[in-house]
Design a protein around this ligand. Structure first.
Ligand code: HEM
Length: 215
């Protein structure tokens, strides 16, 4: 008995895989403007892979963070390349998600029955920005430190809850080692878990509702 049959007997996945393979892509969805959601997801996958490799060497403490980044850049095999990929794909992902959102807006695909998927999309956009914001501090150099100081200060100007929001993000009144820990946990745990759950919901809704056809 080969491994395939053995697994098939236990999980019976062949039919599900066959259905996915045979699911027709509607003709209108072959228009290039429909590829940006998928490209955003592709960027996310690159971020997950390069991020895991970076996390093997990165150390999230004020004493070690910058040194570990220099180590990745200068000593780790392909370290500079992985770091550059992570940096540029983060930028690219923001561009892709915005173009995707503009396509959805232009084709009116946010209308009934896809309103909820639009709302999930808006949260995904905020999470994408959140990845950039929290990742920015991690090298713990001058630009990162002062950039995060200004960023969290801006949060502090939100009416009523601003001050609490700022203290919660910073883990105190100032940007400190607690801020670094919080941003790291948000960057590698909270945001990825939320993003994966919401992307799952986003894709299931696309599958259930079908792709809109306005182009
Ligand atoms: C991480 C971010 C996101 C990913 C990975 C993603 C991925 C996708 C994918 C793969 C599709 C299938 C159609 C296509 O590719 O155009 C889709 C559809 C859709 N997305 Fe997103 N998306 C994201 C963010 C957003 C944002 C920011 C919005 C709007 C605020 C949004 C709203 C929608 C809607 C309404 C649909 C259904 C469109 C239709 O039926 O034509 N998405 N998304």
């Amino acid at each position: 008995m080969n491994l395939n049959n053995w697994l098939e007997e236990r999980f019976g996945l062949a039919q599900a895989v066959q259905e996915i393979k045979e699911h027709p892509v509607p003709k209108h969805a072959r228009h290039p403007m429909y590829c940006f959601g998928g490209l955003t997801f592709f960027c996310f996958i690159i971020q997950v892979i390069t991020g895991i490799i970076l996390a093997l060497y990165y150390r999230p403490t004020p004493d070690e963070a910058y040194a570990s980044i220099v180590f990745i850049r200068d000593q780790v095999a392909f370290g500079a390349m992985i770091r550059t990929l992570h940096h540029w794909t983060a930028n690219l992902m923001v561009v892709m998600v915005i173009v995707h959102m503009l396509r959805v807006f232009y084709t009116g695909s946010f209308k009934k029955p896809r309103e909820l998927n639009w709302v999930v999309g808006v949260i995904l956009l905020l999470l994408t920005m959140g990845f950039g914001f929290t990742g920015y501090l991690l090298p713990w150099d001058q630009v990162a430190y002062w950039g995060s100081m200004v960023g969290t200060e801006i949060m502090g100007s939100v009416p009523v809850i601003g001050k609490y929001l700022m203290i919660m993000l910073r883990g105190g009144l100032k940007v400190s080692e607690f801020t670094l820990t919080r941003f790291y946990v948000a960057h590698v745990m909270i945001l990825p878990i939320l993003a994966m759950m919401l992307m799952g919901a986003h894709f299931i809704m696309v599958r259930i509702q079908g792709i809109s056809d306005e182009l």
